[in-house]
Design a protein around this ligand. Structure first.
Ligand code: NAP
Length: 703
């Protein structure tokens, strides 16, 4: 049996220590441009393997009002940067961190994890910065504000309409993180925040704070982000919340108990300060009813990986495994057979495949939770109560190892704890189900989770199951032999996908591509005329003023072009020969263009020109053929064919400069250039719109 507590270790791990650990270093907080080192009310952090005291954490004495003020005065400079400036700074910071990753790996050893576990936190975290940076550069305009809509017309004459505009909140985001991912947990939150143009105050969990500290310190040293845009409080937040206002945001990852207590903070309530929470989640894995041998292996492999990676200390880890009744014994045997090969011990030893929990406190917490689970289920492998697992450690009492543990509950419909208690370690409960309705009921008893996996045979239709469980989950991972080799796995939150879940999981949504950036921005419906909309959104809006010139717009450099610059082209009458020639050239002999009899019976009543011919003919009308500052046409967006063009119709094109985005020069050889978006409207002789689209061109700059 594992020794969980003796009088020495209890005394050693007493929460607050100001005297016995006086010689230890104290982590500084990085606030208002200073390294603030607290002198009182320090908490000691212990090495997860040796149990030795390694550093102290405290924030007593920090002027939290000054921290908020500093963020809003200095750090708010980031709101004046454009999306691409923010994204480039984040990428440079990521490069700086990556070059120093070994320093972080060295510190991670104290948290008990293996190098593979640390990779998730360190390189997974830095990778999230890269991913967010490139997403924003790719998807968003190089502007300060984000215009969500093209134009919502609200009047008959077209002189009144609206656009939704997102602007950075004029506040600060306070991010309170859990101990299990001291780096990733911070970076996945600050990436969308900083990209939104909002400064951050980060408060890491006391355990593991050294890693967060090292990364924030490195980001400061890199100098890529504005001063004050990222501050760090190592220790407690004290009265920080009291200094927040309605423009601020608080996010939290940790236990439901703490999260609920913080969410109910009277000041947050009184000022409607958004509070986003990610808490205990009793995630599921489901083996489908027709599982075959291969599927069972995939299922067992996934549970095994979730139990042993980070010693099960992942908010996404599988806690409940639902198995068709007839297959439960088989799953149990295969899982235990795999777990018997796990070498638990100090990650410094070569053969070790699973490390320790983050602290003795966590070990005690997991043991207590396993005892709660055992009120509903039988412990069939591992735990602190059996002797199935040998742990390779010098001092079991002082270290934070906990064995892989499997419970089995034969009557999950009569159980409560297994659906509500999260043992935050290498612990899973296996349970049977008999039919789809029962399975859906059991999954829902988790009252909302971050993720569920469905492991299926290739020929099984799981749509019915999916529809039943999706309302309870932020993410569903469907695994089968087709995706198994390339799947990113049950437990990996990805920057592009929603990370968060309803109910017990907290109701938050930390990640999810650009959606996460929007959490830190205010969406405002701005109403007005096309001219004022063009002015505030930096994008020409239909109906706004246009500028015509004798010089063709394609002869103008990026810098010479004005938004609203318009070319009205010559006309062209579409003939039968045009249609036949285009059909032969393209090979598109669709009946609506080429077959007089079928076309007569069609929607159009007669032959019509190919839509792609209209697009090509339009280019023929608006292009200026001579070499000039336009480097290339690189795409087309929002193409719609509105009315058919029939033989004898005459078309004309309006080309309007809609938007200009300067591009960063990647190397000195490259010509300075920018992207110009042109609004194209093709009309017929009755001034009816026949086609509309945007074209994107690269245009040289004069620099
Ligand atoms: P916790 O006690 O809820 O702590 C989470 C974070 O909140 C830490 O940074 C903690 O700081 C901070 N905190 C605690 N009390 C606070 C207060 N009054 N004001 C401001 N901040 C406060 O959770 P934990 O001890 O880290 O983990 C306990 C359990 O939470 C785990 O066993 C697990 O069940 C669950 N958990 C869930 C997730 C998830 O993502 N779903 C992740 C980790 C843990 P200090 O560390 O300085 O106290």
């Amino acid at each position: 049996m594992l020794e969980l507590e003796n009088s020495d270790s209890a005394a050693q791990h007493a929460a607050d220590s100001t005297t016995s650990a006086a010689a230890l270093k104290t982590l500084s907080s990085l606030v208002y441009g200073e390294h603030f080192v607290a002198q009182q009310h320090l908490r000691t952090v212990y090495h997860a393997i040796s149990g030795d005291a390694i550093y102290q954490v405290g924030s007593y004495g920090i002027d939290t009002q000054a921290v908020v003020k500093y963020a809003k005065q200095k750090g708010a400079l980031i709101a004046a940067w454009t999306f691409h400036q923010r994204a480039n700074a984040l990428k440079q910071a990521a490069q700086y961190l990556m070059a120093r990753k070994e320093e972080f790996y060295a510190l991670a050893q104290a948290t008990g994890c293996t190098r593979k576990d640390a990779w998730i936190d360190i390189e997974g975290g830095i990778g999230t910065l890269y991913a967010y940076s490139s997403l924003v550069r790719r998807e968003l305009c190089d502007e300060i504000a984000w215009v969500e809509d093209t134009w919502i017309p609200l009047s008959k004459q077209g002189n009144f309409g609206a656009k939704h505009i997102l602007t950075p909140k004029a506040g600060v985001a306070v991010h309170i993180n859990a101990f299990n991912f001291p780096i990733w947990g911070m970076l996945e939150k600050i990436a969308p925040t900083l990209l939104a143009g909002v400064p951050c105050i980060v408060k890491p969990a006391t355990e593991g704070a050294e890693l967060t500290h090292a990364v924030v310190k490195a980001i400061h040293e890199s100098g890529f982000l504005p001063e004050g845009s990222l501050q760090l409080i190592c220790g407690q937040t004290y009265d920080l919340f009291d200094h927040l206002n309605a423009q601020d945001t608080v996010t939290f990852t940790g236990s439901a108990a703490t999260g609920q207590q913080l969410r109910a903070h009277p000041h947050l309530n009184a000022h409607s300060i958004p509070f986003s929470m990610e808490a205990d989640s009793v995630n599921s894995a489901i083996l489908t009813e027709q599982a075959n041998d291969e599927t069972i292996d995939l299922f067992v492999r996934e549970i095994f990986r979730e139990m042993t990676t980070k010693a099960g200390q992942k908010c996404t880890a599988i806690r409940r495994a639902f198995v068709p009744s007839a297959l439960l014994d088989s799953v149990q045997d295969r899982l235990i057979a795999k777990l018997q090969k796990v070498a638990v011990g100090s990650p410094e030893q070569d053969n070790v495949t699973m490390g320790a929990l983050a602290s003795v406190k966590q070990k005690r917490d997991v043991a207590a939770k396993v005892e709660l689970l055992s009120q509903d289920a039988e412990i069939i492998y591992g735990s602190h109560l059996r002797k199935d697992v040998e742990i390779q450690a010098l001092n079991l009492e002082k270290s934070a190892f906990y064995p892989p543990t499997v419970l089995r509950c034969n009557t999950p419909l009569n159980a409560a704890n297994i659906h509500s208690v999260e043992a935050f370690g290498p612990v899973v409960t296996l349970m049977p189900y008999t039919n789809l309705a029962e399975l859906a009921d059991l999954v829902a008893r988790g009252e909302g989770s971050l993720v569920a996996s469905i492991v299926r045979n290739l020929d099984e239709n799981i749509e019915g199951l999916l529809t039943k469980i999706t309302p309870w989950h932020g993410r569903v991972h469907i695994l089968d032999s087709e995706s198994a080799k390339e799947s990113t796995g049950h437990g990996s939150p990805l920057p592009y996908l929603v990370h968060g879940g309803p109910g017990r999981a907290g109701g938050g949504e930390e990640l999810g591509g650009l959606r996460a950036v929007k959490h830190y921005m205010q969406r405002t419906a701005v109403q007005g005329s096309p001219n004022v909309m063009t002015q505030v959104s930096h994008s020409w809006t239909a109906g706004a003023q246009v500028y015509e010139d004798r010089v063709h717009p394609f002869k103008k450099s990026f810098d010479e072009l004005r938004i609203g610059e318009r070319l009205l082209t010559a006309r062209r009458t579409v003939t039968e020969a045009d249609i036949v020639n285009f059909g032969c050239l393209s090979g598109d002999h669709f009946y609506a263009h080429m077959d007089k009899i079928s076309a007569a019976e069609s929607l159009f009543g007669e032959r019509v020109a190919h839509g792609y011919f209209i697009v090509s003919a339009a280019a023929g009308l608006f292009v200026d053929a001579a070499a000039g500052p336009v480097i290339a046409n690189y795409g087309m967006d929002n193409l719609r064919f509105v009315e058919p063009v029939k033989i004898g119709d005459t078309i004309q094109v309006e080309l309007t400069c809609k938007q200009k985005t300067p591009k960063l020069q990647r190397d000195p050889e490259q010509k300075p250039h920018g992207v110009v978006v042109w609004d194209i409207k093709v009309k017929n002789q009755r001034n009816e719109l026949v086609a509309t689209y945007d074209i994107l061109t690269l245009v040289e700059r004069e620099l």
